[in-house]
Structure formats: C-alpha cells, structure tokens
Design a protein around this ligand. Structure first.
Ligand SMILES: [Mg+2]
Length: 257
C-alpha cells in the first residue's frame, strides 16, 4: 500500500544525508511491547506475600522494583553466557532476600520458587495499552513489522501469544540470531525477515544502548520509547525519547489518522 500522507519524511535521495523513508518496523519486546516490569513487580509481590509479610510496605515495594529492574545486573550476565536463564533468576531472588535481610530459599526450594514465579508472571503478561492501535496503524499503511528480542525466540513467542500479540508473526531471538543486541546480527535478521532494507527499517526499543545505539550501529533508524520515566537513568539521549508508540508512528512514518 502506498503512503499517501508522509509529509514529514524527507524524500530519499533528496540530499546526500537524507533520512530514508521507513518501510518496516521492528520492536523490542520486553518493556516496549509487553509490560514485563509491572508483571514482574506484581508477580514478585505475590510470591513474597508470606516471607516478606513483616516488612514495611515501602521496603517491599523498593525490593520488588529492584527485582524487576534487575538491580543484580544478572540479565546481562545471562546474555553474555555467564549465567543460565534460571541462574540469572536465582541471582535476582538471592539479592531480593538479601535486601530484605532474610535467608533466601536454597537449592530445590529456589527451583520451586522460580517455577511458581514463572507460572504466576506468565498469567500477568500484558501489552501496553497503545500497542494494538500502533499495529493497526501499521497494518493500514501496509508497513510490515516484527520483534527482535534479547531472549530465546520460542520463549518470546510464547510471551507474545500469552499477551495477545500473536499477530506479530516475525520474531527474532538472541539464540536464533546467533548473538544478542547490540550485536548487529539480530537487527539484520529482523530486516531480512521483514524483507526491508536496513536503512529503511525503524527499530523501537526502551534500552538506549542495546536497542537504540545497537540498531543505529547496525544501520537501522532507531527511536527510544520511555516506558518507565521514573526508572530510567537520566541521559541526554532520553531527550529525544517518546512516551507512546503513536507519537513514534506519527513522527517517523507520517501517520496522522
Ligand atoms: Mg526492552
């Protein structure tokens, strides 16, 4: 479908450094499409109702947010291959109990905790409220879209389905791409599956380094979405960030409907 109302996007080739018209969009999943942070906090509270019952509510909230924001820095160690997925979760659980000055579950109990948490949090996965409207807009414009995520592809496909986002058929995981973002390979694999040129593909994500810097280094256009302004580090990079997918679509793809 031709784009009829793309008035804000320069004509490709009109000048040497012109921004290419966007013909495809790739999204990060966690905390861009799916509100993983809120689900993690609620799931953590449910799992620690008894063990953390004597803590002050503000302390419980602080620890839950630290867990959801990965204050342990364990996820990057998972991405680097240093920890398994369950290993990074164990690190986060141990840190949370440490912050609560409580003895963390050990060995078998830790595995049971993690499995029960997984079951709980899966039931809480939801898309952000603006996601379907954004995808509807892309469908109207005939712009193909997909997801490129730093986790196992099959796990992330399940996450999209459980979140009601099975309409996103193209999914690239760090396992199937051969490397996690910010490596260029997952971005390039996403473009290949979309059938779009790299420079004509927009990447949308919530992580300034893995998503925005990574996509730009790989040759894509990129924009940061700021889903949790209270949790994001202050950075000049964030000045250009957006707080809704609709604003990204309207400013970058010229959709005004
Ligand atoms: Mg993310």
């Amino acid at each position: 479908m031709p784009l009829n109302n793309v008035t804000s996007v320069p004509n490709p080739g009109s000048r040497s450094n012109a921004v290419a018209r966007i013909r495809g969009v790739l999204f990060d999943i966690d905390d861009t499409l799916v509100d993983l942070n809120s689900a993690s906090i609620r799931g953590f509270h449910r799992m620690t109702e008894q063990d953390f019952g004597d803590l002050a509510p503000e302390d419980r909230e602080h620890i839950a947010k630290d867990y959801a924001d990965d204050g342990a820095g364990a996820y990057e160690r998972y991405m680097s291959g240093e920890l398994t997925f369950l290993g990074q979760r164990a690190e986060r659980i141990r840190r949370a109990y440490g912050l609560a000055k409580l003895q963390a579950p050990e060995a078998e109990a830790l595995g049971i905790w993690s499995a029960e948490y997984e079951r709980t949090v899966r039931s809480m996965w939801e898309p952000y409220p603006d996601v379907h409207a954004c995808l509807d807009s892309l469908d109207v414009m005939g712009i193909p879209y997909g997801a490129v995520s730093n986790n196992i592809e099959s796990y992330q496909r399940d996450k999209l389905v459980l979140s009601g986002l099975e309409r996103i058929a193209i999914v690239v995981g760090s396992d199937t791409a051969g490397a996690p973002k910010p490596d260029p390979r997952p971005f390039h694999e996403g473009c290949r599956l979309l059938g779009t040129k790299i420079r004509e593909t927009l990447y949308v994500g919530d992580n300034p380094i893995n998503d925005v810097q990574g996509a730009k280094s790989a040759g894509l256009q990129a924009v940061l979405i700021n889903r949790a302004p209270n949790h994001m580090p202050s950075s000049s990079e964030l000045l250009g960030s957006h707080t809704s997918l609709n604003s990204i679509i309207s400013e970058n793809l010229g959709f005004f409907g």
